[in-house]
Design a protein around this ligand. Structure first.
Ligand SMILES: [Ca+2]
Ligand SMILES: [Ca+2]
Ligand SMILES: [Ca+2]
Ligand SMILES: [Zn+2]
Length: 340
């Protein structure tokens, strides 16, 4: 695996400096085993009847845990590394025991901490696997601060003033669903590419849409295309707390919203217009080419870009990277939404 050693915009700690030089292409600075959901128990088990049950580790969840290897750790035994540092206001900070993180389950606060570290790092490694940081310029290769808070509402958010992410614990703990974590990282990615991105309704909708798209792309890359839930379904598990129909989805990538008739003036809802276009590009070109051109195009966006301008920039990037047939696929996807 190609891996850039470049750190951009990172407050590099002494510990990180001391361990980073040991890394080179194909190796990682620090690794440790840990236990996660991959990406969430509804998708893994294909059970739409799962409920939060007040954070209880019921026997039904046993088959959803996976032992994985955390990479890019700074060697301190904490959840701190090259692309993310976890800070939690709930429970003690996770630390390694004999070089591995204990197999915490969902009823332990440390489980959400581990999830945050693993899935932010996995999202960055997915971008690197596409060539960002090697053949293409790096994307968001900075250390994100990820907070897990006893936040009252069932919500998570990205604060671009501090380049950090907060994950709430309303309903199902947000960090128990990888797709919520990666959605938030999507905002961080866009802010890393275009500081302050998303100042208007349309640009903000693009932001929400890209987060949803990245959530699906990263989790399918890491765990395989889901077979028991629709791939287009975002946050199958977190959404069991606030949706009543199955399959449970926070949002989907494969809706049929059309511009401008379906615009309601809310970024998450209107984002479903944009995310369907991204989904169609991915269906037409495959994950690697689609996500590469989608992310590469975002470098040319302005913070307040319109749907039309962003769509044209995406088509132009498809042309530049992959030629006329790919550009036609992208143009058709946006035309089908009424954007171009
Ligand atoms: Ca939990
Ligand atoms: Ca939640
Ligand atoms: Ca899903
Ligand atoms: Zn969002």
């Amino acid at each position: 695996m190609r891996r850039s050693l470049t750190l951009i915009g990172v407050a590099v700690t002494a510990a990180l400096i001391s361990t980073t030089p040991a890394a080179s292409a194909g190796t990682t600075a620090g690794t440790a085993a840990a236990t996660v959901f991959a990406p969430n128990p509804v998708q893994t088990l294909g059970r739409q009847d799962l409920t939060d049950a007040k954070d209880a580790d019921l026997p039904v969840f046993a088959g959803a845990y996976r032992r994985v290897t955390l990479t890019d750790l700074d060697g301190t035994g904490r959840l701190a590394g090259r692309y993310v540092i976890v800070k939690s206001s709930t429970g003690k900070a996770a630390t390694t025991v004999d070089g591995a993180f204990p197999a915490w389950h969902r009823d332990a606060d440390q489980f959400e901490q581990v999830m945050g570290y693993y899935w932010v790092t996995t999202a960055q490694l997915y971008l690197q696997h596409l060539g960002f940081g090697s053949a293409l310029r790096p994307v968001n290769q900075r250390q994100i601060e990820l907070r897990i808070d006893q936040y009252g509402g069932d919500n998570s958010f990205f604060r671009d003033d501090k380049a950090n992410i907060s994950l709430g614990k309303g309903g199902v703990d947000d960090a128990e669903d990888a797709e919520v974590i990666v959605h938030e990282y999507g905002h961080s990615v866009q802010d890393g590419q275009v500081p302050g991105f998303g100042t208007t309704l349309e640009s903000g909708s693009i932001g929400e849409a890209f987060g949803d798209y990245l959530a699906v792309a990263v989790t399918s890359w890491a765990t395989g295309t889901p077979t028991l839930t629709p791939e287009a379904c975002v946050a199958d598990w977190d959404s069991t707390s606030y949706t009543s129909t199955a399959p449970h989805c926070l949002r989907r990538l494969d809706g049929n919203k059309h511009y401008p008739a379906d615009v309601i003036g809310e970024v998450h809802a209107d984002g479903e217009i944009w995310s369907r276009a991204l989904w169609d590009i991915r269906t037409g070109l495959g994950d690697t080419r689609a996500t590469t051109l989608i992310v590469e195009a975002q470098f040319s966006f302005t913070p307040d870009i319109t749907f039309a301008a962003a769509a044209q920039a995406t088509v132009d990037t498809a042309q530049r990277l992959y030629g006329t047939a790919a550009a036609n696929t992208a143009r058709a996807a946006f035309a089908a939404r009424g954007i171009l």
